[in-house]
Design a protein around this ligand. Structure first.
Ligand code: CS2
Length: 475
């Protein structure tokens, strides 16, 4: 694949963490906005870890195909050229900073996953003990996402340039405020005056992002090559649905050039994203994680397979209606029943092979905002939530590292070793649950106290009956 001869927009965005999700989501909105309303919004991608994406994309001029997979098996192929270059941060941190400080760049978008913010999930504060943050404090060429943001903003301030808008696209509550906090915490230690400048001039709009985008598998690449007649080494597969809700608060110094015309591309520009974010994290990501742990334990490979199992279909519908929907106030005008029905349809799309194992990743970073907040709110209101308690117990069984057939589970989580050790050192169900509830990175002391009874009995049921039966028994 080669770049076309068509005139390209100049670069305007640096994106940190160029995975499949952003390429199928933010990049497509930006591409649409440029097609409709113009503007120099080409994207310079940055991989913070591995060169794999750059290597695949570089051999095809950074052009790639987005494959939208409908439930009836229909596919739409869209070639996109909006990504213009990809840098690999560990290879060339200087080149990354140079781009981020370039006057053409007005927005830095991020999909660095929950753990990429190097914060303490329980408090939201930057974790100054994180090895990358320790490194970044003493080194002008950073490793972490907050480090790159701070050092690039420092260069811009020193050059007398306005800051860029920091636009986070990760599934975290109040994600704009969270990244702002991480940046200000770090900048404050490096140069308090810099922190003051960023606090005054910088903008960190919150966003709610939504498009199911499973990791591309080798067989997808082969199948696509046969179907479209050319080989794309880096396609992305996604569902038709997409929704982007963006707080309309970009660096004012750029006037009408502060952002692409995202509204023209279908994004909802709003004053307050929080109600949308809560809804999405609890309704979608909360059930995704619940289905991932319990579905995996029951032997289901994908979300579509899991919800095709009637026991799990009834379980997820019950979770929405009995436990999740009563726990929060939806955004104005949103019909939650219809939202839940649409989610079920999306999960059921058999073309989307979204592995339970993939969603189960990094649970220690995901549980608090996806499930634990919902549980706390229910308990405060005096409502029992046996389904979510079972989901927490499912996570505990999962991080214990052995499945129901006695086979090892490949647990991917920054705390995997610690969680496994806690689980292994305990013998009985109640000891294991107590040990894992003691992990303060995930559970507050207060919540741990409230969870100990219900999660222990859920864990015992899981251990005695297996996940499928336990799920079927939730009433
Ligand atoms: C999923 C999300 O992997 C996960 O943890 O829950 O990536 C989910 O597919 C997206 O948030 C959907 O918008």
């Amino acid at each position: 694949m080669r770049r076309s001869e068509v005139e390209q927009p100049g670069p305007g965005i640096v994106h940190l963490g160029l995975g499949a999700f952003f390429r199928a989501f933010g990049a497509i909105y930006v591409d649409d906005a440029v097609r409709i309303s113009g503007g120099d919004w080409g994207i310079i991608g940055v991989s913070l870890q591995s060169p794999a994406t750059r290597d695949r994309l570089a051999q095809q001029d950074f052009v790639y195909t987005v494959v939208t997979q409908g439930p009836d098996g229909g596919e739409i192929f869209r070639k996109t050229e909006i990504v213009q270059d990809v840098l690999v941060a560990p290879e060339s941190p200087e080149a990354v900073l140079t781009w981020m400080a370039d006057p053409a760049i007005r927005i830095v978008t991020l999909t660095v996953t929950e753990k990429g913010y190097c914060h303490d999930p329980a408090t939201g504060n930057l974790n100054f003990g994180h090895p990358d943050i320790v490194h970044d404090l003493g080194n002008p060429l950073p490793k972490s996402a907050p480090g790159f943001l701070v050092r690039a903003l420092q260069r811009r301030r020193d050059a007398g340039r306005p800051p860029f808008t920091v636009l986070t696209c990760d599934n975290l509550p109040e994600n704009g405020r969270l990244v702002r906090r991480a940046v200000l915490d770090l900048a404050g230690r490096i140069d308090p005056a810099l922190a003051g400048w960023i606090a005054a001039e910088g903008r960190f709009p919150a966003t709610m992002v939504d498009r199911i985008t499973p990791a591309t598998k080798p067989e997808d690449i082969d199948r696509l090559a046969q179907k479209i007649g050319y080989r794309d080494e880096a396609p992305v597969m996604c569902e038709p649905f997409r929704q982007w809700v963006v707080e309309d608060d970009f660096v004012p110094a750029y006037g009408t050039h502060a952002r692409p015309d995202l509204a023209a591309a279908g994004a909802e520009m709003v004053a307050d994203v929080t109600p949308y974010e809560n809804m999405k994290l609890r309704m979608l990501n909360g059930t995704h994680s619940s289905l991932a742990y319990l579905g995996y334990l029951a032997g289901h490979e994908t979300i579509a397979e899991t919800v095709a199992d009637p026991v799990f279909a009834a379980f997820v519908k019950r979770l929405w209606r009995q436990e999740i929907m009563p726990s929060f106030t939806p955004p104005e005008g949103v019909d939650l029943e219809a939202y839940a029905d649409a989610l079920f349809e999306r999960y059921s799309n058999p073309a989307i092979r979204h592995r339970t194992w993939q969603i189960a990743m990094d649970g220690s970073q995901k549980l608090p905002q996806r499930i634990l907040g919902t549980i706390s709110d229910n308990l405060d209101a005096g409502r029992a939530c046996p389904g979510l308690m079972l989901a927490v117990a499912g996570w505990m069984r999962y991080v214990g590292g052995i499945d129901e057939k006695g086979q090892p589970i490949e647990v991917k989580d920054p705390l995997a070793a610690q969680l496994r050790a806690l689980s292994d050192a305990a013998q009985t169900a109640d000891e294991k649950v107590a040990a894992l509830l003691g992990c303060r990175d995930v559970f507050s002391a207060r919540l741990a106290l409230d969870l100990v009874g219900p999660v222990t009995s859920a864990y015992e049921t899981l251990a005695a009956q297996g996940a499928r039966k336990a799920v079927g028994g939730v009433r």
